[in-house]
Design a binder for this molecule. Structure first.
Ligand code: MSP
Length: 512
């Protein structure tokens, strides 16, 4: 992959029901990184899509009275619409029922056969349809006569059937070596430790085909078997780059992936199986897997099977898409679980968006409109108070790329909103309204710095609140080619003389 290229993926959604907040959360995180890197002049490829094979989908289609493909067409469209409603900037939306994906999965299977990593035997053990995962006996508990996975809490069933196996056990040492050499392959570090301990405790060979149902990609030369849905699904990340054509421009530019954003429930698949499959197939593994926590409803993971879903579309309708994006990114702690509620959402909108960033923009824009005919000119050198604000801003911004590169979105947002807070305070202290009559020059200087700060804050917030930040940048008349992060290296964003346009209210304060 070329330097300054950035390939980011979300987990492809199961089209097995209504989209919920967990899906929205996972996708928005990835979108924020994609937008940030684009703003930092990287060439970005951002992928999402739907994961359409396997028993779970076959069963959902049966329940719906549809054939699986018709069912997937219908539900996949709902998820595609969701990407629009969430304002995701994805470059592609892959469906695992597409031809390009079949080609890629078949090729990877053949590579695994060729490398001697696949053999035929019989699987006897526990399987969870809802997780599409195999579990060891020591990961199962019994409650009221039913068996559950201790890992996910999902119901499991006993499966005995002929199956192809992937020699995962033989990859144990090589995986540990790989984690060792790539110490930031899995973030946050707590998740990395979890994975390393799991691998150290011993890996069993993995069943990679099923014979008891048909909805999947057939094993080459053996129609009785369909390929295990996770081997199928993970491969989407390279199918979208036109693998197996490794000379393809997309593949050359963007593989290995820079970052897979995933929820902690699917960490094993991404951090153990996926690199093992790739290493065995002689393909470079991705650079990083970032595993976020769960959105909880009370104490539990929000999920369809638990019936505790907060519908992102309803929230967007009522509060707005930027508001939802901001809240989820700011409030769910980095890498951990987070409980969300409407009350917290409203508090967050009021305190950070309406009272802080929104208020800063509104007060400066309306002051400039009412007192300067929308035109501000900087004529003087920076005063000591100006210098103080500029220096404080510089200290805060110097760490922002690093925070994003370590997927620490909470601290990134806190830092940026702090710049907005400091700028509001600067205006309060400088009291430009008192200079209207006798020191227009100084007043202009204060307003100019305030506008410069607003421009910077808006560019920094752009990945999180793309819609509203663009409104501000438009009202500041900032040219598209200047809407990037070059100012982190010292440049200014606005000219000494600036003409602005009127700005409507950005965020309405919510009365509670
Ligand atoms: N199809 C698989 C992913 C295959 S990737 C090769 C899958 N799909 S999913 O629709 O169930 O989940 C999509 C994403 O949403 C995953 O990252 C999952 O972790 C995330 N979430 C689903 N419920 C969640 C919460 N309640 N909270 C946060 N994210 C969770 O998994």
């Amino acid at each position: 992959m070329k330097q300054n290229n950035f390939y980011i993926t979300t987990p492809i959604y199961y089209p097995s029901g209504e989209p919920h907040m967990g899906h929205a959360y996972s996708s928005i995180i990835a979108d924020v990184f994609a937008r940030f890197k684009r703003n930092d002049k990287y060439k970005v490829y951002f992928l999402t899509g739907t994961d359409e094979h396997g028993l779970k989908i076959q069963k959902a289609a049966e329940k719906d009275g549809s054939n699986p493909l018709n069912y997937c067409d219908k539900i996949s469209k709902i998820f595609k619409d969701l990407t629009k409603k969430l304002n995701l900037s994805n470059d592609d939306f892959i469906r695992t029922t597409e031809k390009r994906h079949y080609k890629s999965v078949t090729d990877i299977w053949n590579r695994l056969v060729k490398s001697g990593d696949i053999y035929l035997s019989k699987y006897k053990g526990w399987y969870s349809v809802s997780d599409e995962a195999y579990y060891n006996s020591d990961e199962i508990i019994e409650k009221n006569g039913k068996k559950y996975s201790t890992f996910s809490g999902s119901i499991v069933e006993w499966v005995e059937e002929e199956s192809f196996f992937f020699k995962l056990s033989s990859w144990q040492e090589r995986l540990l070596e790989f984690y060792d050499k790539n110490d930031k392959f899995i973030l946050p570090i707590s998740r990395r430790n979890e994975v390393v301990n799991f691998v150290k405790s011993g890996l069993k060979d993995l069943s990679v085909s099923r014979t008891s149902f048909t909805w999947g990609i057939k094993v080459p030369n053996n129609d009785k078997h369909v390929i295990y849905v996770w081997l199928d699904a993970l491969t989407n990340y390279i199918s979208a780059l036109n693998f197996p054509n490794t000379n393809d421009k997309l593949y050359k530019n963007f593989w290995p992936a820079t970052l897979h954003v995933i929820g902690k429930d699917i960490l094993r698949f991404h951090a153990i199986y996926w690199p093992a499959f790739l290493l065995a197939a002689k393909i470079k593994p991705p650079s990083r897997v970032f595993s976020h926590g769960w959105i909880l409803s009370g104490e539990e993971k929000m999920s369809k099977s638990k019936g505790n879903i907060l519908n992102p579309l309803e929230i967007i309708k009522k509060y707005g898409v930027d508001e939802l994006r901001y809240y989820l990114m700011k409030e769910v702690p980095h890498g951990s679980d987070g409980t969300i509620s409407l009350k917290n959402l409203e508090n967050c909108i009021n305190s950070d968006l309406a009272n802080n960033y929104g208020n800063l923009c509104q007060r400066v824009f309306s002051f400039v409109k009412n007192n300067c005919k929308n035109k501000v000119t900087k004529t003087k050198k920076a005063s000591d108070t100006d210098k103080k604000l500029i220096a404080q801003t510089k200290v805060i911004t110097s760490d922002l790329r690093n925070l994003m590169d370590n997927q620490n979105l909470n601290n990134y947002i806190k830092s940026v909103i702090n710049i907005s807070f400091l700028t509001n305070k600067y205006i309060n202290d400088e009291e430009p309204w008192k200079l209207k009559k006798n020191n227009i020059e100084k007043m202009n200087n204060i307003l100019h710095l305030a506008l410069e700060q607003i421009a910077k804050i808006s560019i920094l917030l752009n990945p999180i609140i793309p819609e509203k930040s663009l409104k501000v940048l438009d009202a500041l008349n900032i040219k598209t080619e200047l809407r990037n992060l070059s100012f982190l290296d010292g440049q200014n964003v606005i000219n000494d003389e600036i003409k602005i346009q009127e700005l409507d209210i950005l965020f309405k304060k919510i009365t509670q």
